[in-house]
Design a protein around this ligand. Structure first.
Ligand SMILES: [Zn+2]
Length: 109
């Protein structure tokens, strides 16, 4: 376990928006930064990050905490957030270049 004092030191040295931005695309909205919550599926951003206070809060599912809370909480959701990122990438690729790919290499039986 990490002693509370050391936790505070870690938090002081950690920018929560940088931790969150590894998983969530954040946009600045006043003093906050908002994005799509990684903890529940949503189409409109209700996931708020407050860099000044180094905390996050989702107004959709109520998840809230600091950088360490986020690090601990996101882990079970990693595959899901990766899945959420998937369609967007595929959508970008579907516009051009898809036809250029050949589907060869299947073994003959
Ligand atoms: Zn949420």
């Amino acid at each position: 376990m990490i002693p509370p004092k050391q936790v505070q030191e870690i938090l002081d040295a950690t920018r929560i928006e940088e931790v969150v931005e590894d998983f969530v695309t954040l946009k600045r909205r006043g003093v906050n930064m908002i994005g799509l919550c990684p903890f529940h599926g949503e189409r409109t951003p209700s996931f708020n990050v407050n860099p000044a206070r180094n905390i996050f809060k989702c107004f959709g599912c109520g998840k809230a905490g600091d950088a360490i809370t986020f690090e601990g909480a996101r882990k079970p959701y990693l595959p899901r957030s990766a899945a959420l990122a998937g369609p967007e990438i595929q959508h970008r690729n579907s516009g051009s270049g898809a036809l250029a790919r050949t589907n060869g290499g299947s073994p003959t039986g």
